[in-house]
Design a protein. Structure first.
Length: 51
């Protein structure tokens, strides 16, 4: 999925996605939940708490 597509789904600027990828910023809880739904994984997986 492209950065632009993901940004559109999350209603954020594509630059925000880039900041997350680079570890320069963190998403909020709502965005974390939405990422989990989009990628069909748990929030624990996204946080690196489970494989």
């Amino acid at each position: 999925m492209s950065r632009n597509t993901l940004a559109s789904l999350l209603k954020v600027n594509p630059r925000t996605i880039s900041y997350w990828e680079l570890g320069q910023r963190e998403c909020n809880l709502e965005q974390l939940f939405n990422l989990a739904v989009i990628f069909k994984v748990s929030t624990d997986y996204l946080l690196g708490l489970e494989d």
